[in-house]
Design a protein around this ligand. Structure first.
Ligand code: PLP
Length: 359
């Protein structure tokens, strides 16, 4: 195995072609004599980079015209208070806890008033996402918040709840752009870029335009969706380099057949890995089959003592960052869009060899 594959949960693998393009134009972008890193964010060279990134994203993700796209900073976690500050307007809101991240979002919203738990799967260790039919919320809620893919627990929703009568706010950090989505089923979508979009330092936010103007008056300008939108995400300096790289990733998706093709490959990759894990008596994954994440595959060895050996020996074979999150232990393979099928095959081949050696 001479190839190297990076299974990090984030910051994570990016398409090699994109990194090569970044490398080739890093010092002198399109003959301007400047690196993108060195350009004024309001200059005539940079503005088209931002516009093109937004247009390409709208195109591949089929974002309707009545949705704004914002390029923010602060990571997904900063939205844990930006969402209530921008949307609550004195009302209540309900939160679904389907894993570590969405539970943290619920906890982070506690300083605000009238924040309720809609459903939680914590009592069953988050092995199954609470079905939308079990979500408790009020029709007077400003919104219901949920996380589409729990990066640590490996729990994903595949259907967008249709029955919820208030706007859905969704943390899509680790499965955004992994498949086509009906954007108009959501009120707000946000995602930290460092999982499936590009470098850290950029947070993407997609918001329906009738939800953009509820911000509390105390909201700082950089955190105010409306003010950011009115200023093209440039009320201050945006994360210029991350936006540029994200734009190249959007073009890469388009060139590779768009999200339909990406989805097909993601299904093949995840199926191949889960099938092997299920067929083995050495490894296991106990997530409900309807909620098994296509992006983050946690698995364990029945003999937990072998976990660190697995990580070390995998690394020797060029298979990196397979250690599970420190909160849950075990192993985890994050297999985002940029992970080729060859990476999954190499992982499974290694898992077979390791199993034979230690079973
Ligand atoms: C990584 C992650 C976060 C945290 O993102 P930051 O950008 O570090 O704030 C939040 N939610 C989900 C689902 C994640 O995967």
């Amino acid at each position: 195995m001479s190839c190297r594959y990076n299974f990090s949960a984030g910051p994570a693998i990016l398409p090699k072609e994109v990194l090569e393009q970044v490398q080739s134009e890093l010092i002198d972008w399109h003959g301007t004599g400047m690196s993108v890193i060195e350009m004024s964010h309001r200059g005539k060279q940079y503005l088209p980079i931002l516009d093109e990134a937004e247009n390409d994203l709208r195109n591949i993700f089929s974002i309707p015209k009545n949705y704004k796209v914002l390029f923010l900073q602060g990571g997904a976690i900063t939205q844990n208070f930006m969402v209530p500050m921008n949307l609550l307007a004195g009302r209540s809101a309900s939160y679904v806890a389907s894993g570590y991240w969405s539970k943290r979002t619920y906890n982070d919203a506690q300083p605000f008033e009238n924040i309720h738990l809609a459903a939680s799967s914590e009592s069953i260790d988050f092995i199954k996402a609470p079905d939308a039919s079990e979500w408790k919320y009020s029709t007077s809620d400003a919104y219901v918040h949920f996380c589409m893919n729990e990066t640590i627990h490996g729990v994903e929703y595949f259907d967008v709840p249709e029955s919820i009568k208030v706007p859905l706010v969704c943390d899509m950090s680790s499965n955004i752009l992994s498949r086509p989505m009906d954007i108009d089923k959501f009120g707000v979508i946000y995602a930290g870029a460092q999982k499936n979009i590009g470098p850290a330092g950029l947070t993407l936010l997609i918001v329906r335009d009738d939800l953009i103007d509820f911000a509390d008056k105390k909201t700082p300008t950089t955190f105010n969706w409306k003010i950011q939108s009115d200023n093209k995400s440039m009320i201050n300096t945006p994360s210029t380099f991350s936006i540029y790289v994200a734009g190249l990733v959007f073009k890469w998706i388009e060139k590779n057949g768009g999200l339909k093709m990406i989805e097909k490959k993601n299904i093949e990759k995840a199926d191949y890995l889960y099938k092997y894990i299920d067929s083995s008596s050495f490894y296991y994954n106990n997530i409900d089959k309807n909620n098994r994440s296509r992006m983050n595959v946690p698995f364990r060895i029945h003999d937990d003592e072998l976990t660190m050996k697995f990580v070390a020996e995998a690394e020797e074979q060029g298979l990196y960052q397979l250690k599970g999150h420190r909160l849950v232990g075990g192993l985890r393979a994050s297999i985002y869009n940029a992970m080729p099928m060859e990476g999954i095959e190499a992982l499974v081949e290694f898992m077979e060899i390791f199993e034979k050696k230690y079973q």
